[in-house]
Design a protein around this ligand. Structure first.
Ligand SMILES: O=C(O)CCC(=O)C(=O)O
Ligand SMILES: [Fe+2]
Length: 214
């Protein structure tokens, strides 16, 4: 398997997921997208809306914190984070960093759906307490993924083309680097995958204590 270190601790692994696994993940995303606590438009405090639609598992992210329920939506408990997804995250970390990489308790998934000309501005994933690596899988349309530095939203950054099945892991010195999706390429989803648009599944470790009963 080819691996490219884009920045220290940021590793790009093209073609990581085979088509069967991509299909399984797509089916899972469709189930997660349905309500309650389903896919929604995220509104920012400034009154804007994110163009990528989002659904979370394990902990619900909304600008700019986590909650056990969909505070900014239907108020329902966030869907559980399945154990198999945690195994997939740890396998992906080992594929990116090598078999000696420590396993962790992955407990958050953020699923982003990009259709048409949706995009995502430069930001840091910084609402987690844990600094465990972020694991990101891509399905469907290709995109430009911009991976920057920890100081500024601007250069230096590197643009990587992410295709369906690709893996990107960022941890270590790059865990709090700015990153974003300046463009997706509509109509580039593989024929074998029944998906119009792009799905991104981002797996994270919260480092939070779960309150009892949730
Ligand atoms: O869609 C992507 O590849 C990136 C998503 C992302 O950065 C996020 O959900 O925080
Ligand atoms: Fe992010």
């Amino acid at each position: 398997m080819e691996r490219f270190e884009v920045a220290p601790g940021a590793v790009f692994v093209p073609d990581y997921l085979d088509m069967d696994l991509q299909r399984e993940l797509l089916a899972a995303c469709r189930a997660w997208a349905s309500g309650p606590a389903g896919m929604r438009t995220v509104r920012t405090p400034g009154g804007g809306a994110m163009s990528a639609k989002q659904v979370c598992l394990g902990w619900h992210w909304y600008p700019y914190k986590y909650a056990p329920t969909v505070e900014d939506g239907d108020g329902r408990p966030v869907k559980p984070f399945p154990e198999w997804l945690g195994r997939l995250a740890n396998e992906a970390v080992a594929a990116a960093y090598g078999p000696g990489a420590p396993a962790d308790r992955y407990d958050i998934a953020v699923v982003n759906f990009y259709d048409g000309d949706a995009r995502m501005g430069m930001h840091r994933d910084q609402e987690e307490k844990s600094l465990a690596p972020v694991v990101s899988f891509s399905l469907g349309d290709s995109c430009t993924f911009r991976f920057g530095n920890t100081e500024t939203r601007t250069r230096p950054y590197r643009d990587v083309e992410l295709h369906s099945g690709d893996l990107f892991v960022f941890g270590g010195a790059s865990r709090l680097a700015f990153h974003g999706v300046p463009r997706v390429r509509p109509g580039t989803s593989p024929q074998e995958l029944d998906l119009k648009g792009r799905l991104n599944i981002t797996l994270r470790v919260s480092g939070f204590d779960r309150p009892a009963g949730t």
